[in-house]
Design a protein around this ligand. Sequence first.
Ligand SMILES: Nc1ncnc2c1ncn2[C@@H]1O[C@H](COP(=O)(O)OP(=O)(O)OP(=O)(O)O)[C@@H](O)[C@H]1O
Ligand SMILES: [Mg+2]
Length: 594
Amino acid sequence: MLLYVIITLVALCLGMATSVYAFGTGGKRKKIFQDIYFSVEDVDGIGVLYTKTGEYSAMLRFENPVQKYSANIDSYYDYTKLFAAIAETLGEGYALHKQDVFVRKQFKDESNDNHEYLSESYFRYFNGREYTDAATYLTITQENKKSRLMSYDSKKWRDFLVKIKKVQDQLRDAGINAKFLTGKEASEFVDRFFAQDFRRKTVSMTGFKVDDEQISMGDRKSKVYSLIDVDTVNLPSLIRPYTNIEVNNTSMPVDLLSLVDSIPGAESVVYNQMIFVPNQKRELSLLDKKKNRHASMPTPSNLIAVEDIKKVQEVIARENKQLVYIHYNLIVTVDKDTDIQKCTNHLENAFGRMGIHISKRAYNQLELFVNSFPGNCYSTWEDYDRFLTLGDAAASLMYKETPIKSENTPLKVYYTDRQGVPVAIDITGKEGSVKFTDNSNFFCLGPSGSGKSFHMNSVVRQLREQDTDIVMVDTGDSYEGLCEYFNGTYITYSKEKPISMNPFSITDVEYKENFGEKKNFLKSLIFLIFKGNELPTKIEDTIINQVIVEYYDEYFHPFTAFTRSDKEKLRKRLLLEDKKTGEFEKYEQKLEEK
Ligand SMILES: Nc1ncnc2c1ncn2[C@@H]1O[C@H](COP(=O)(O)OP(=O)(O)OP(=O)(O)O)[C@@H](O)[C@H]1O
Ligand SMILES: [Mg+2]
């Protein structure tokens, strides 16, 4: 045990050195960091954040598993199950804090390929177009019960290491590749989070100022919106993880929280989703007490509260669900000249439509901001900032989607996504690192004038540029220009000037390399004309086969001259024939007379 204590002390000193190194020593920033963190250390390549209040945290980075606009409702439910299960794995005394970071960026072609002229123009057209990029981080924090402050418990530490790896495994089993941030990466993220700057190469943190309404920094300002106001019960009583939007008169599922990725005017948005796992027994007994208190004063509103609690208790008992506390907030950052009230109005409206009324208590901006630093979630006020709910409801309110990304494939065809920026897709489904199929055929369907030919021109151009063979059969001359551009052969025909072809014509090369296939084709053709649907008999098959073989043999090896032995054989045969008819003697006589 003594050894442990010494190691810890050394680690802490090292940690302090790292923290000063990583966070720098400048003014306000230094103060905030010093108030929050004790150290950031690497433990087997995993960056462990250690806060002043004695909490350990590790951060994972991954991509959300639900493909945006995939219309796959099951994947939204799978997500809620997964995160409710992760909260269960972690168990009492742990919190998970997910941060989805949305950043406005400008499209830049990064394929580094040497494009041909048309592709070059294509990318030039899209370069600079604004879109929102997303990244997801998950911080797992082990609570330090205040009484145990500053004591070192090796069992707790081991439990922490086991739990964080379990979470990584659980994510992997759900097909999510989650990587732990190293100490350096975690520090960098904290730096960026502090500056609310997720896109510039170097982060500047000058002019940090906070008032009741917002946080300003350099050329931008941020506002924190708490999603849940515990003063007023404001969540819908039933929620599901997705909602429907109208697209072309049909409804399509999107993330219940999809609105957070498209807040107008926002430069960046961080959606903080904290889930705290409390002691279940204690919470259940508190709930029971609360129910009894309400029941003792049977006013109408108290009776409703009693019913609500009963429902929750039933669900917990029947479905073995977990009670959790949640704190969700949004940090919206805009340019300093943008009116942030516009974002506020937008969010109030959008959440209002979902039955969620975002908190009006926004005066504690700095507190909400500081508590949202990775690893610092336990600084949120238990009474004011945390809301009791069930694990799957908490997960339903998380952001679950990932926008479509370019595929990792050598054969790329660029389409634009719903944000209007190019993404590369392997339309064959078989060349990329993920193989969807090994044989594919496509239709491009749409009403007249809807853009089928326009689209196919773009696809064909891109396929051609990547050295694929293309044969186009088309009515309407939609591809004449493209064909000419690539110096292709354009063959047109009409009723008056039909193109005819001879199926029996075979070239030298075809005969040498592929006669078997060609012969079978001709056999099928002959039998189709000869017998229709009826099958040929064995003898018919053999004869036709022989005829085709001999015909082409004759054709490709034509007669040039008889050999000497051929001639001799022929002579003997002819003589024999003449003897039979009796003419031979006559000629023999004539020959002798000569
Ligand atoms: N993505 C697009 N951007 C701009 N213009 C487009 C786009 N797609 C199609 N168009 C324009 O719309 C018109 C109709 O497109 P197109 O000829 O491709 O339709 P279509 O589906 O092939 O019609 P049809 O069935 O009659 O052949 C064209 O003038 C084309 O230039
Ligand atoms: Mg067309």
